[in-house]
Ligand binder design. Structure first.
Ligand code: NAP
Length: 311
C-alpha cells in the first residue's frame, strides 16, 4: 500500500498508539513513525520492542516535522499535551486524537492548535482491557468503526487524507457531530462500563461469596463484567469526568428501567420479563448481523474464534 503520511508522531505509546504503529508498519502507510510517552519506563519498552522507528524524549521533539500528529493519551491529558506541542507543529500538519470523548477534547485541544494546522478529532471504536506499550496489535482496528467529528470550516482534503489512513488500517470511517458522538458512546460504551464496574464492586463487597466462589463458579455473565472492569482506571476515570452530562442522562434512564424490572420480579410479572428479554435478544442479533461481534461462545474472543489473543 502507498505511503499516506511521510512522517507520523504518536504522543502516548499505549494500546491505541501501539496498534496504530503496528498497523501502519504492516501496510507501509508512513515513511517514519516517531513516538513519545511521558514515562522513561514506557519509552524504554517502546525502544526495546521497536514499536516505532524512533522514540523521542519529549512530545515537542516528536512532533517536529510531522505531517500527522496523533494524541493518544487519556482524555483528561489532551489539553496539556496540545499546549506543549503547539509551538512545534509544522504548518499544514494534521493533528488528530483518539480520545473516547469528543466535546471535552475539542474544548481542551482546539484553542491550542495554530492557524494553518488541521485539527480533526477522532475515536476508534476498538479496544481491549489491556493497556501499555506491549498491548498493541496491528489487527485491532480491522472491521471496526473509527468516528471522526470534524470541526466546522475544516479542510475536507485533510479529513479525506486521514480517512484514507484509517481505512488502510482496516477500519470503517464515519463522520458525526461531537455532541452526538458523546451521547451514542454513553449508551454503547461508557454506561455499560460503569455497570460492569458496579457489578464487580458488588461482588467484591460480598466477601463471603467472593473468597472463592465468585472466581470458582464465575459464569459467562460475571466473567465478561470482570474483563470490562479490568480496563485502565485512568482512562475510564477521565471518560466519566469528561462525558459527565451524557453518562448521567443515560444512567438516569438505566436506573428507571432497572426499577421497572425490579418491580416485575417482585410482582412475579413473568410476561413483562419475557417481553423485555425478547426485545434485548433482537438487539444482540442486530449487532452480529452488522458484523460487530460473533455468535461464537465466549463472544468469539477465544483464539479459536479468530480474534487476536492478548496477553
Ligand atoms: P494506554 O494503553 O493506557 O496508554 C496511554 C498512554 O498515555 C501511555 O503512553 C501513557 O504514558 C500516556 N499518558 C497517560 N497519562 C498521561 C498524562 N497525564 N500526560 C501525558 N501522557 C499520559 O491507553 P490507550 O488505551 O491507548 O488510550 C489512549 C486514548 O485512546 C485514551 O484517550 C482513550 O480514551 C482512547 N481509547 C481507548 C480505547 C481502549 O479500549 N483502550 C479505545 C478507543 C479509544 P506512560 O505509559 O508513560 O504512563
Amino acid at each position: 500500500m502507498a505511503v499516506i503520511y511521510d512522517r507520523v508522531a504518536l504522543i502516548g505509546l499505549g494500546l491505541i498508539a501501539g496498534s496504530m504503529a503496528l498497523a501502519m508498519r504492516e501496510a507501509g502507510l508512513a515513511r517514519k513513525v516517531v513516538g513519545h510517552a511521558r514515562s522513561p519506563d514506557t519509552r524504554a519498552v517502546a525502544r526495546e520492542i521497536g514499536l516505532v522507528d524512533r522514540v523521542a524524549e519529549t512530545a515537542a521533539e516528536a512532533v517536529e516535522g510531522a505531517d500527522l500528529v496523533v494524541l493518544a493519551v487519556p482524555v483528561g491529558a489532551m489539553g496539556a499535551v496540545a499546549a506543549e506541542i503547539a509551538p512545534h507543529l509544522k504548518p499544514g500538519a494534521t493533528v488528530t486524537d483518539v480520545g473516547s470523548v469528543k466535546q471535552a477534547v475539542i474544548e481542551a485541544v482546539a484553542p491550542h492548535v495554530p492557524a494553518g494546522v488541521h485539527f480533526i478529532p477522532g475515536h476508534p471504536l476498538a479496544g481491549t482491557e489491556h493497556s501499555g506499550p506491549r498491548s498493541g496489535f496491528a489487527a485491532l482496528f480491522r472491521n471496526r468503526w473509527w468516528l471522526l467529528t470534524p470541526i466546522e470550516g475544516g479542510d475536507p482534503a485533510a479529513v479525506e487524507r486521514l480517512s484514507a489512513l484509517i481505512r488502510a488500517m482496516g477500519a470503517n470511517v464515519e463522520a458525526m457531530d461531537a455532541a452526538h458522538h458523546d451521547l451514542v458512546l454513553a449508551v454503547t460504551s461508557h454506561t455499560p462500563h460503569l455497570i460492569a464496574y458496579t457489578m464487580v464492586g458488588v461482588a467484591d463487597h460480598l466477601k463471603r461469596v467472593t473468597e472463592s466462589e465468585v472466581i470458582k463458579y464465575s459464569a459467562a455473565g460475571f466473567r465478561d463484567f470482570t474483563r470490562i472492569a479490568a480496563s485502565d482506571p485512568v482512562m475510564w476515570r477521565d471518560v466519566f469526568l469528561q462525558n459527565k452530562e451524557a453518562v448521567l442522562d443515560i444512567l438516569g434512564r438505566f436506573t428507571e428501567e432497572l426499577f421497572v424490572l425490579q418491580r416485575a420480579i417482585r410482582m412475579g410479572d413473568g410476561a413483562h420479563l419475557h417481553d423485555y428479554f425478547t426485545r434485548t435478544r433482537a438487539i444482540r442479533r442486530g449487532i452480529i448481523e452488522a458484523g460487530q461481534d460473533t455468535a461464537a461462545p465466549d463472544f468469539g474472543r477465544s483464539p479459536a474464534a479468530g480474534e487476536t489473543p492478548k496477553p
